[in-house]
Design a protein around this ligand. Structure first.
Ligand code: FAD
Length: 286
């Protein structure tokens, strides 16, 4: 199933993001995580992608294949382009097609000093155009309610997103954020700019003190005072921080749902308890 069909039917989505574990034995154990995640019946599960390898040894594809074949849940494969040639992207597309995978989250990827860049793609929109012209996938893209860290201003940010959508992106998934008002502002700017595709907010329940500082610096996310108070109070109490972080994420999600957003994308960090707690919290909310 193509993910865009969900929204065409007028429904909204619940989706999870997972990453392929680095070690092979952890990859084998991911079944315990998938058992729980898939029982919660998400509309799709997206699998992150680490640039650099070839598609023959790609754990993202291995995991996506498992989600589709064993668990019968729709996978979305993240695919970055900065470090690949057109020929290599064609090879990824061929392997994905053979595996019956229909959805790609098309990304530029981060600039990295340790992997040489290739010349064929500069921005995610180049990858989107290429995939649309040469292959048959539903294409999702990334968006940033608080701007991408390399962007200087909101106007260019929205213009670039519009280019990405005009190139064929059918759904956009957002970077995580902790302040819903920033997401609503961003969504409004997109609609004013005639960006009419579903914009799915990405929520990451922050349940560990170490994770908080890393998230803020990596993702450019601002940190509301009310969440800072939770962290200050509970950073040395693991269980209390878990509960308070979950409650905060749940309140964000309920607010987004009653504000009629197109769906919820949950960054699970491969922790099934997070997904389970969130799903229990919204079980009766339509
Ligand atoms: P782009 O859309 O190309 O944007 C990158 C920058 O270029 C932005 O500042 C944009 O404004 C600017 N830009 C775009 N078009 C133009 C143009 N025509 N002219 C000038 N400037 C332009 N990374 C991974 O490595 N693996 C993953 O699995 C992964 N998953 C992600 C999932 C989500 C939901 C999100 C939000 C991000 C994810 N990332 C992942 C991170 C992403 O790769 C980085 O944020 C990367 O730096 C930008 O990728 P992009 O696709 O958003 O790039």
């Amino acid at each position: 199933m193509k993910v865009s069909d969900i929204y065409r039917k007028g429904e909204r989505s619940l989706s999870f993001e997972i990453f392929p574990p680095k070690k092979d034995d952890e990859l084998r154990n991911i079944d315990d995580t998938l058992d729980v995640l898939c029982e919660l019946k998400p509309d799709f599960i997206s699998v992150t992608f680490g640039a650099g390898g070839s598609c023959n040894c790609n754990k993202t594809i291995e995991l996506a294949r498992k989600i589709k074949d064993k668990y019968k849940v729709e996978p979305v494969v993240h695919l970055t382009c900065l470090h690949y040639s057109r020929r290599e992207i064609d090879e990824f597309a061929r392997v994905l097609k053979d595996a019956g995978i229909e959805n790609i989250l098309a990304l530029r990827g981060d600039m990295r000093d340790d992997i040489p860049r290739k010349e064929d793609f500069t921005y995610a929109s180049d990858l989107v155009s290429y995939l649309k012209e040469n292959h048959d996938f539903c294409i999702l893209g990334a968006c940033y309610p608080e701007r991408h860290p390399e962007s200087d201003n909101n106007v260019d940010e929205i213009r670039h997103l519009k280019t990405k959508v005009n190139s064929g992106t059918e759904v956009v998934l957002s970077q995580l954020f902790f302040d819903n008002s920033l997401f609503y502002d961003f969504e409004e700017k997109c609609r004013i700019a005639d960006i009419d595709v579903p914009i799915i907010p990405g929520i990451m329940p922050v349940v560990k003190a170490a994770q908080i500082k890393r998230m803020i610096s990596m993702c450019n996310a601002s940190f509301p005072e009310k969440f800072q108070k939770i962290v200050d109070r509970y950073e040395n109490n693991k269980e209390a921080l878990f509960d308070a972080g979950m409650a905060y994420a749940l309140s964000q999600i309920i607010d987004l749902l009653v504000s009629d957003t197109d769906g919820i994308h949950l960054y699970t960090m491969n922790n099934p308890q997070i997904a389970r707690r969130i799903c229990e919290g919204i079980r009766n909310i339509v």
